[in-house]
Design a protein around this ligand. Structure first.
Ligand code: URA
Length: 243
């Protein structure tokens, strides 16, 4: 792990850059919910200068073809294939991970390795199933070499694809699995321990932050906290559906 990665793991930023200055309605803001503690977004400076790929207005087929051919960042260099996402395109639930690993790069589907098995178990624990009212995507669509954490400029380059997926899906609830997914969605520095158990917001869509399954495989005691998060997200969805 290099110095920058070590600092990021320790939460010693600021290494996160905004994609662009947010519109007033895009600033991370808590959703009013009686059971949720609320958060506000700390100021993050210096918009990153990137030219987003033109995903706006694309349908699923065009988006899939564009992602498959994408060369917007260096992650394209070592990938076998880009991994757009999988699941029910009418899903109420959107789970967002970090990026494909070796198994996903091979198969072209998110979360098919060990972390994916745990994710499937987590879904089953709240009566959900991959592909059934659930869509699974990632913050970056190409495998970072050696499964390293994606760099902020890589998640920024890939953001328009996730943004378009969210527009097409219109999920009721987004679950951010781990820090890169949470930071990509919420556009702010995130520490999972401090962000879990609260409702955040991407535009008008509630977002729940929880641990990445790969982290849980390495930190078994935190599975108890992940269970609390599962209960919280299930309750949140029930409340959203009840209107
Ligand atoms: N980890 C992720 O974040 N995404 C995957 O698709 C697989 C492992």
């Amino acid at each position: 792990m290099n110095r920058e990665q070590t600092l990021r793991e320790m939460g010693l930023g600021p290494l996160w850059k905004l994609r662009a200055a947010p519109q007033a309605d895009e600033v991370t803001a808590p959703v009013a919910a009686p059971m949720a503690a609320q958060t506000t977004a700390p100021a993050v400076d210096a918009p990153a200068a990137i030219t987003p790929p033109p995903a706006a207005g694309m349908g699923w087929d065009e988006l899939a073809a564009t992602v498959a051919a994408c060369r917007q960042c260096r992650l394209c260099e070592a990938r076998k294939q880009a991994v757009l996402g999988v699941g029910d395109r009418n899903a109420d639930w959107l789970f967002v991970g970090e990026g494909p690993g070796a198994d996903e790069d091979e198969k072209g589907e998110p979360f098919v390795g060990q972390a994916g098995k745990l994710l499937d178990s987590m879904l089953a624990a709240i009566d959900l199933k991959r592909g059934n009212d659930v869509y699974i995507g990632n913050a970056v669509k190409c495998r970072p070499p050696n499964n390293r954490t994606p760099e902020p400029e890589e998640t920024a380059a890939c953001w328009p694809y996730l943004e378009r997926q969210i527009e097409l899906l219109q999920p009721k609830l987004i679950i951010a699995l781990g820090r890169p997914a949470a930071q990509s969605l919420l556009q702010t520095e995130v520490k999972i321990g401090a962000s879990r158990g609260k409702l955040h917001r991407y535009k008008d869509i509630p977002v729940v932050v929880t641990y990445h399954p790969a982290y849980l495989l390495r930190n078994l005691p935190d599975k108890a906290l992940a269970w609390e998060d599962l209960v919280f997200m299930r309750r949140t969805m029930r409340e959203l559906k009840a209107g």
